[in-house]
Ligand binder design. Sequence first.
Ligand SMILES: N[C@@H](CCC(=O)N[C@@H](CS)C(=O)NCC(=O)O)C(=O)O
Length: 217
Amino acid sequence: MTITITAFERSPDGGRGLARDTRVRWALEEVGQPYKVRLVSFRAMKEPAHLAVHPFGQIPTYEEGDLALFETGAIVLHIAQRHAGLLPEDANARARAVTWMFASVNTVEPPILDLQNALFLEGDKPWHAERLPLVKDRIRGRLNQLSVRLGDADWLDGAFSAGDLMMASVLLRLRASGILDEYRNLAAYVARAEARPAYKRAFEAQLAVNTGKPSSG
Ligand SMILES: N[C@@H](CCC(=O)N[C@@H](CS)C(=O)NCC(=O)O)C(=O)O
């Protein structure tokens, strides 16, 4: 059955891999599933046809036969449950990998999103300069804890899993701020994730949409 995802017709990051279709593309590449992409404009995302699939008018979405999904955590979990390669066989290890997926979007991503909001939506507010260090320190609080847990391991819990895919996807959005590089092991963790052939194919595919150059993958 054909898998179709949605992505920005023109991504605000110009194709640097920060739009969230990248994590879905990456998961599909890891498990070797081909997919199609429907590109949507910002206007089309808020129109009824797209809202019928994504109630919040966002990307990415995932369609496969009668199934329509939104929310990257749910989409990646669905892919990982349907196809081998992203979740361990052992039931407890599998549950821990899913725990890391939730931790990425529920515990680590919120303070990172808060920084994006502070930078892009609140720059003109009189309290912006005072609030910014607080927002950054809340991210550091989370990264300190994550860094301690990761230690010198390659991945969060044994072999690479959907938990790492989601966590690295969340963390790489921090790179431009410089905060990620304050944590040697987390920066290396993200670099390790980005070095995976499946990530590279996903990155190139979304970059090609934004540069108009065909993907080499
Ligand atoms: N929690 C959602 C967030 C989706 C999201 O924020 N998508 C962004 C692109 S990365 C978007 O569509 N932004 C445009 C908008 O919200 O209008 C997920 O993980 O799928």
